[in-house]
Design a protein around this ligand. Structure first.
Ligand SMILES: Nc1nc2c(c(=O)[nH]1)N(C=O)[C@@H](CNc1ccc(C(=O)N[C@@H](CCC(=O)O)C(=O)O)cc1)CN2
Ligand SMILES: Nc1nc2c(ncn2[C@@H]2O[C@H](COP(=O)(O)OP(=O)(O)OP(=O)(O)O)[C@@H](O)[C@H]2O)c(=O)[nH]1
Ligand SMILES: [Mg+2]
Length: 452
């Protein structure tokens, strides 16, 4: 049971205002010993900021101006009594205030503990609690919108719908098993099978969204690789829209890998520029090439760049096992005479033609990236749901169990249908956070920052 009172700084150190948050049965009492205003904290109107100051018991001032707000449970983020103290930013002021609150009886919160309490107290289901972390880590606007819909409960409600309809079917099957003589009250086998099928179809569709869900949540690593001097760093810069990497006419300019978070068409991208790959080079350059190779091997997608204004040299192609994750980019197309725009002899016909110098050809490059990333050509719809890996794993198990259940019902083996259905319901319950193991919760909430 969550009977103690937790406390943490909810904002990043160094901001203009710092928020310290307390939650638990003693939140108001603990804060009352530190915050002093026109009225006592318990007497303040709920959810209304009031000016006061933060002081030690001996009267020593910690912050002469501090806004306090009381959000009494159950109408608060955690469902418990919550107090927020909005004090002047600054690492020292905030830390001294926190230390005083800890001395007055609060315990420092673990990462994600406020949200965990919101979950434990039934304010959020587990998909909504996970969405809070997704919002914080979202790497693109599409990822943010997805997380927002999930926080609103769209995914939870959809899974709950199947959960309840399967629970009804299970009750029906159990009554057949328990009271075989009351045959007249039973639903027809065909209507049971139809309901089962409907739930399974919906769960299967959700499970299929896992690929997109993982991309929106985790992003993809996109590695720019190729021979020296072909314009890899120029391509990185033009994709980013700023001068991030050094560009020079000297081959071997980029030595270490350069990693930058970015987005392309709503896809969170971990963009990596690498050292040019060639035979020879000094020891530093060779170390850079080794890194380039490691990055390319672990990449989700590789932009293999070559210089379209030079004779094509396929021997430069390294023997990396990268089938299916390569997009060939013909750069410096601005230097290629119009008559030769069809491509040099031997050059890959499907190369995307760009000029990093002039920023041309990028839409076609982004089209190619989108085609490689998404399952459907147009990507997930704006209002689509896309599940996380954890949800996907449970959904796939539930779908498989429902196959067993349907088969058992089809063969009139009701005593086999019941456990299959129960196992599917159990997996859906895990997604929503019903009967979920504490260590699974630990893993989920460990992703959160302190104070969330
Ligand atoms: N200062 C501050 N900002 C924040 C949060 C917070 O806890 N404190 N949040 C989180 O970290 C998010 C907001 N989430 C919240 C969700 C519910 C309630 C809440 O008190 N709900 C009550 C009352 C609603 C009302 O005022 O009508 C309820 O639902 O009953 C508060 C914050 C983002 N911004
Ligand atoms: N004309 C033309 N020149 C380009 C283009 N892209 C890059 N360059 C020039 O090619 C030279 C090399 O560009 P970089 O971006 O440094 O090439 P790189 O592949 O990163 O080179 P390394 O880091 O040495 O492997 C520079 O002089 C660039 O200005 C292009 O599209 N057209
Ligand atoms: Mg470079």
């Amino acid at each position: 049971m969550t009977s103690d009172t937790i406390c943490a700084i909810a904002t990043a150190i160094g901001g203009a205002v710092s928020i310290i948050r307390l939650s638990g049965p003693a939140a108001i009492a603990v804060a009352e010993r530190v915050w002093h205003g026109r009225a006592a904290l318990p007497a303040l109107p709920a959810r209304q900021l009031t000016l006061g100051s933060l002081r030690r018991p001996d009267g020593g001032v910690i912050d002469p101006q501090c806004l306090a707000v009381v959000m009494p449970g159950p109408h608060s983020y955690t469902g418990e009594d919550v107090v927020e103290l909005h004090c002047h930013g600054g690492a020292l002021c905030t830390r001294l205030a926190l230390e005083e609150l800890l001395r007055q009886g609060a315990r420092h919160a673990d990462p994600g503990e406020f949200t965990r309490r919101a979950f434990v107290n039934g304010r959020l289901d587990l998909t909504q609690a996970e969405a809070v972390a997704d919002i914080i880590s979202a790497g693109s606007e599409s990822a943010l919108r997805l997380a927002g819909r999930q926080l609103e409960g769209v995914l939870g409600r959809r899974i709950n719908h199947s959960y309840e309809s399967l629970t009804d079917i299970l009750a029906e099957i159990e009554s057949r098993l328990d009271f075989p003589e009351e045959e007249l009250d039973w639903q027809s086998t065909s209507s049971l099978l139809a309901a089962l099928q409907a739930a399974q179809d919906d769960l299967r569709a959700l499970a299929a969204s896992r690929h997109d869900g993982e991309i929106l949540r985790g992003g993809i690593s996109l590695v720019i690789a190729g021979p020296p001097n072909v314009g890899k760093s120029s391509l990185l810069n033009v994709i980013l829209g700023r001068d991030r990497a050094i560009v020079a006419e000297i081959p071997g300019t980029t030595r270490d890998t350069i990693e930058v978070p970015s987005t392309i068409r709503g896809i969170p991208i971990h963009l990596v520029d690498t050292a040019g790959i060639r035979a020879g080079g000094d020891s530093i350059e060779r170390a850079g090439m080794a890194r380039a190779e490691n990055n390319a091997l672990s990449a989700d997608l590789i932009l293999w760049v070559y210089d379209a204004s030079q004779p094509y040299a396929p021997q430069r192609w390294p023997e990396w096992p990268v089938a299916g994750k390569l997009i060939v980019v013909a750069n410096k197309c601005d230097k290629v005479p119009a008559a030769e725009q069809g491509g040099r002899a031997g050059a890959p016909a499907d190369a995307v033609r760009v000029s990093a110098l002039f920023g041309t050809g990028l839409p076609a490059l982004y089209d190619a990236i989108e085609r490689a990333v998404w399952q459907q050509p147009q990507g997930p719809a704006d209002n689509a749901l896309a599940v996380a890996a954890r949800h996907g794993a449970h959904l796939e198990r539930a779908v498989a169990a429902l196959d067993d259940a349907r088969q058992a019902i089809g063969s009139d083996l009701w005593e086999l249908a019941a456990p299959a259905l129960r196992s599917a319901i159990f997996d859906l319950g895990k997604i929503l956070g019903r009967s979920v193991d504490p260590d699974v919760l630990d893993t989920i909430f460990a992703r959160f920052c302190i104070g969330k």
